[in-house]
Design a binder for this molecule. Sequence first.
Ligand code: FAD
Length: 391
Amino acid sequence: MIYDVAVVGAGACGLTTAIFLNSKKTILFDSKTGAAKLSITGNNRCNITNLTDFDSFFDNYKPNGQFLRNSLSSFSQSDLIKFLKSLKIKTKTVKNRVVLENSTSKELSDKILKTAVKKTLFFPNTPIVDMKQDNELFILKTKKTTYKSKFVVLACGGMSYPQTGSNGLCYKTAAKIGHTIIKPAPFEVPFCSENTKNLQGLSFSNVELTLKIDKKKIKTKGDIIFTHFGISGPAILKLSENDFKNAELIIKLINKDEDEIKQRLLNYKGKAKNLIKKFLSVRFVDSNIKTEKYAKELSKKDINQILDTIFRFSMDVKKCSFDRAFVTKGGVSLKEINPKTMESNIIKNLFFCGEIMDIQGSIGGFNLQAAFSTGFLTAKTINARINNNRH
Ligand SMILES: Cc1cc2nc3c(=O)[nH]c(=O)nc-3n(C[C@H](O)[C@H](O)[C@H](O)COP(=O)(O)OP(=O)(O)OC[C@H]3O[C@@H](n4cnc5c(N)ncnc54)[C@H](O)[C@@H]3O)c2cc1C
């Protein structure tokens, strides 16, 4: 049997391709049960897209955002919202971010997967381990058998959260048939650090952060949360977009003037740490301000130590690995993919969509929109090609 299209990967983009393809002879493979990553997005409330205006939208995928112009035009944010509505999934907008209104990410992924499975021959738990082209047909190998197809879509995702099935195997497949792989790296990733176990669960809103990479200082403001492995939260994920191996993170933990706190310490009658507990959580103070001295007994050095702890809390950090990364940076070089069609410039009838490509967005719905838009454009191109071949 020769299939029209083989879609490798049943994540957001592969499922979109499968749903919008017209051919009834489509096979869909997934290493796991399908849609595993989609089912855990946005802390179960999936940030599906972002309504930032058309031009600044692409700035959220530095440096390669312009690659998405055609795909976003062919399947925009409103097309995505309409598509979800057709699946009875309602969305709402919170500060430009479009999130699910009543459904969970798991419900969303179940519906999308079910819709795609109805239209294809689906092989869950069947990774494609090798692929070659022979007389204009693709031969795809699983562990047990081979399949032939006229078109192939590599929709295998990146390497983040490898337990969801996207483990980088397809980079090898793409490289073997001639594509360049830009070195994958964790992106939108928490920072790992020693000694944060006692702070686990403590969160801070709108704090000032400075990331010191050698002599360079990068500043931002936002929400953070300490975890058992280090520190996470939107502000940390944003900082993780910078390239570095080891860095120092300095956090201004309270939104107050340093001189004011110093004066209050000098005039305070009780134990110094009790004053600080008025501004910071008891757990934080007990584990980080060790002195039991009364404020009036503090030496200059003690005062500076306390002020450093709350205004310049310092941690040695590095990016955590793919296991904790939300997105993968790098992947199949965009120079080798036609942005108007999503077809490979090297191998005819081979297509790419989603995170497998060297495109990565900020958090806030950008990665899913990229996956849905490129998945749709892939289907549109293949539909037109099959239609033309018939006439
Ligand atoms: C915890 C978490 C939360 C996130 N939240 C959001 C969010 O709220 N909003 C947002 O925009 N983005 C979010 N993202 C990012 C977003 O989920 C991804 O960018 C997006 O799902 C990528 O879609 P994809 O289809 O390209 O790849 P994936 O969803 O990774 O799908 C690829 C599929 O291919 C399969 N596969 C891999 N190799 C093979 C093979 N050799 N053979 C067969 N199948 C294979 C895998 O099993 C997988 O199912 C989040 C990511 C994580 C990890």
